[in-house]
Design a protein around this ligand. Structure first.
Ligand code: ATP
Length: 661
């Protein structure tokens, strides 16, 4: 039984429906220790036959047997494993992988063995020493001479210790000195007990071997033995091969990424800009939300619910309730709240305290002595909803006192002298109604005891008892027109507000409520909308990044077609090739995300420091969730973008890929 047997091999190429027979019944057997040269006219089918022997061609008729076992050429997995463990290739044009060093070129083949990484490195170095390249192992192929390149290729072909070495015109591109050296190496391979099959036109190569097979017209017309096959050594140690582990693909991709660093870094910057936009907009959205929350909480107490009379009897939203204030000017009575209803409200569970208040729909303030007059709308009495710390200069208004909003003060005193209003006496005038429903004008002298500096509210407020006393003196209607209800705890605010909203009298709702929470919710929904629009813009730039990756990967597949062929010939599976491209793309995505994070952190720092002086708040607030989201988006986008190009790479026919220029 011969080591390698070819039985009745027929092979035709088809162009349309036209059949071009190339191999017309080839039967040959080979033994280990032979150095066989295949000769024949150009176009005679030598390379075609070698592709069949090398496990690259699956479309032929006939049998290939190795060690007596039939090779199932329909079975892709078996062929992958056969190329990995049994075949080593040496090509006329060397076919080294340009972005790998000499050492790494040899290690590519060793990656598919079960050796430990130290053993792999040791074996690669030994082989490179054997072919005389000890000093060149860290060079890239482009820095080597033709003869040196071919010696690297020989070391690579031998790396996984295959039993058959196929050499297609191995000395075709070499001068006579290098030819001699390569032939000597091939001789040694055969002496080591391997089967060496060399396709050649050179009689120098042919005469060097142990046997010459001549092909003509798709058949063997001569089979001449020059000398007996070399003796097989007694201790044929054999290296175990295995599928390429995933981490080897990642390392390989990383090396390619680094080799093309500048080109790849441009893509990374492109993707990073998209991711940066996503992160910074999310951070800005968070910051603006929290800033508004902080601003509102600094002037209003979140535990207090503002209660107004429900003038419609049906459920009213916040907007409608606010409008009732404006209507009060025309009809002050409509908003007044009866004592009986206040008692009902007081008894509700979760209500800690009910405070009565007045809001004066329209009013006039006259600065005593100067006679300067200022009109305004909706001046409320100081209540539990107001926070003492919103008063910047002064204190809460007690009997006969009021505090003034900064803007209002500026209108009365001038922009520069607004602080001077503190301590001034003012005359407050407003219209109310008496017990009979007749209009009465009410006048109250008040002293300004503080300034309210607030970005969100007008801020002016007057002491409750002062208004109450003035109404009493005028025999006016003393019913309050709003209530400040304090909930027992922050958690209960919304439930209590709902209970107040639900109170009915003759099947009509009695009250309407305004809570800071619901105000915040409304503002936040606007902020969310704005940040969603910005995030949408960012998403478009991510889409552009994805397209960039797709285009680059497709270009990369075209550029690396030959490399794909080389890797397939070495025994890599389709899935390994696919992983090569997806992992490179994922690495690009990952690096882009890291770069984007760095830019975002710098920008966050820059923006926050620039605005802190102005608003005393970090307006960009990046969360861990935002960062995780950006990283996941980067990984998913880069993976998806690589899928199609990677699929195309994996589907390439290895023979055609090897023939690519
Ligand atoms: N993929 C293909 N499709 C169609 N015809 C092909 C294909 N590959 C090879 N052929 C044809 O098959 C014949 C044999 O080609 P092959 O490359 O095996 O010859 P060869 O003996 O190795 O030639 P050379 O010595 O010039 O390298 C040639 O006529 C070639 O044109």
């Amino acid at each position: 039984m011969a080591f390698l047997e070819l039985n009745d091999i027929f092979k035709s190429y088809f162009l349309g429906n036209n059949e071009f027979p190339v191999l017309k019944g080839i039967s040959l057997s080979f033994e280990k220790g032979e150095f066989v040269s295949i000769l024949g006219e150009s176009g005679g089918g030598k390379s075609t036959l070698m592709n069949i022997v090398g496990g690259l061609d699956r479309e032929f008729k006939g049998q290939v047997k190795v060690n007596g076992e039939l090779l199932d050429h329909r079975n892709e997995k078996q062929l992958d494993e056969y190329r990995r463990s049994t075949i080593g290739h040496i090509y006329q044009s060397y076919n080294l992988i340009p972005h790998l060093t000499v050492l790494d070129n040899v290690l590519v083949s060793l990656d598919m063995t079960t050796l430990s990484s130290a053993e792999k490195k040791q074996r690669a170095e030994e082989l490179l020493t054997k072919v005389g390249l000890t000093d060149q192992i860290h060079k890239y192929p482009k820095h080597l001479s033709g003869g040196q390149k071919q010696r690297v290729a020989i070391a690579r072909a031998l790396a996984s210790d295959p039993q058959i070495i196929i050499a297609d015109e191995p000395t075709g591109a070499l001068d006579s000195k290098n030819t001699q050296e390569v032939l000597a190496l091939m001789d040694e391979i055969a002496k080591d007990g391997k089967l060496v099959i060399a396709v050649t036109h050179s009689s120098e190569v042919a005469n060097h071997g142990t046997r010459i097979v001549h092909m003509a017209d798709g058949k063997i017309d001569q089979d001449e033995r020059l000398k007996p096959a070399y003796q097989i050594p007694d201790d044929p140690t054999h290296i175990q091969t295995q599928k390429l582990p995933a981490h080897a693909s990642y390392e390989f991709s990383f090396k390619h990424l680094m080799y093309n660093f500048w080109r790849n870094s441009l893509i990374m910057v492109g993707v990073a800009i998209g991711l940066f936009a996503v992160m910074i907009f999310s951070g800005l959205g968070n910051g603006v939300n929290r800033y508004i929350q902080q601003q509102i909480n600094s002037v209003a107490n979140p535990r207090v619910i503002q209660v107004l009379k429900n003038t419609t009897g049906r459920k009213m939203n916040q907007q409608e309730l606010m409008e009732t204030f404006q209507n009060m000017a025309g009809d002050p009575q409509a908003g007044m709240i009866d004592e009986g209803q206040i008692r009902r409200l007081d008894k509700l569970s979760g209500v800690q305290k009910v405070e009565k208040g007045y809001t004066l729909p329209t009013y006039r303030l006259e600065v005593a002595k100067t006679g300067k007059v200022q009109s305004g709308t909706a001046l409320s009495t100081w209540n539990a909803n107001d926070k003492a710390d919103s008063i910047k200069h002064g204190h809460e208004p007690r009997r006969g006192e009021m505090v003034i909003g900064k803007q209002e003060a500026a209108q009365m005193m001038g922009a520069k002298r607004y602080r001077k209003i503190v301590g001034k006496k003012l005359n407050l005038t407003f219209n109310w109604i008496n017990q009979q429903g007749q209009p009465v004008a009410v006048q109250v002298p008040v002293k300004v005891v503080g300034l309210v500096d607030s970005a969100t509210a007008g801020g002016s407020a007057i002491n409750y008892e002062t208004v109450y006393q003035a109404l009493k003196d005028k025999n006016a209607d003393k019913r309050p027109n709003f209530l400040a209800v304090k909930a027992a705890s922050l958690d209960q605010v919304q439930t209590v507000a709902d209970r107040i909203d639900a109170l009915r009298s003759q099947n009509r709702r009695v009250f309407g409520t305004i809570t800071v929470g619901s105000m915040l919710k409304r503002i936040n929904s606007y902020v969310k909308l704005a940040s969603s629009i910005l995030a949408g813009v960012a998403a478009i730039s991510l889409l552009v990044s994805a397209l960039m990756i797709i285009v680059t990967m497709y270009m990369s597949v075209s550029e690396r077609t030959k490399e794909i062929g080389i890797l397939r010939a070495l025994g890599e599976r389709k899935v390994d090739i696919r992983r090569l491209f997806t992992s490179e793309s994922i690495l690009i995505g990952l690096f882009a995300a890291v770069l984007a994070l760095v830019i975002t952190l710098l920008a966050t720092w820059g923006i926050n420091s620039a605005f802190y002086g102005l608003i005393k708040f970090n307006i960009v607030q990046l969360t861990f969730g935002n960062v995780i989201f950006a990283f996941l988006a980067a990984l998913i986008i880069s993976f998806l973008a690589a899928l199609l190009p990677a699929r195309r790479a994996a589907k390439l026919n290895p023979i055609e890929a090897l023939a690519a220029e």
